[in-house]
Design a protein. Structure first.
Length: 145
């Protein structure tokens, strides 16, 4: 395997999800980054902040701020002050986001099934171990600058 294999696979995985999400994005007038944020919020424990999204998704502050503003205007999220530090805004999903998230989770599941067609369980276990190591290395490299 060479570096092109990893980069190409990552690109193709993203492209598959984006392509299969197009109708959903169009139906709800969302951008891909906004759908990513909704899914992040859905899988998060508690009520995260914009900073949590920036750190976890490695998205610029400007993009996250603009996306949060749009999602709030569309009624998919609500923002509220942290009880201990009023300077911190917490983000919470609203019921209006439920259908979008349900469809996005289904699309992700279908993409996963398509990607893993013909891959054996033991291969998946090894792949999981390798991907976690790669993710840690990437995260460390990003933190290092």
């Amino acid at each position: 395997m060479n570096e092109n294999d990893v980069i190409a696979t990552s690109f193709l995985m993203k492209r598959l999800f984006e392509r299969r999400s197009k109708a959903l994005l169009d139906a709800y007038q969302l951008r891909m980054i906004e759908l990513d944020i909704l899914l992040f919020l859905f899988h998060s424990q508690g009520a995260p902040t914009a900073t949590d999204i920036i750190k976890a998704k490695h998205i610029s502050k400007a993009h996250v701020s603009k996306s949060i503003e749009r999602l709030h205007r569309q009624g998919f999220i609500t923002l509220y002050e942290d009880e201990e530090d009023r300077r911190i805004l917490r983000i919470q999903l609203m019921p209006q986001a439920d259908e979008v998230i349900e469809q996005a989770v289904q699309i992700r599941s279908e993409c996963k099934d398509a990607m893993l067609e013909g891959v054996a369980e033991e291969e998946l276990a090894s792949l999981g171990t390798v991907l976690r190591k790669i993710a840690r290395n990437i995260d460390d490299a990003l933190k290092a600058g």
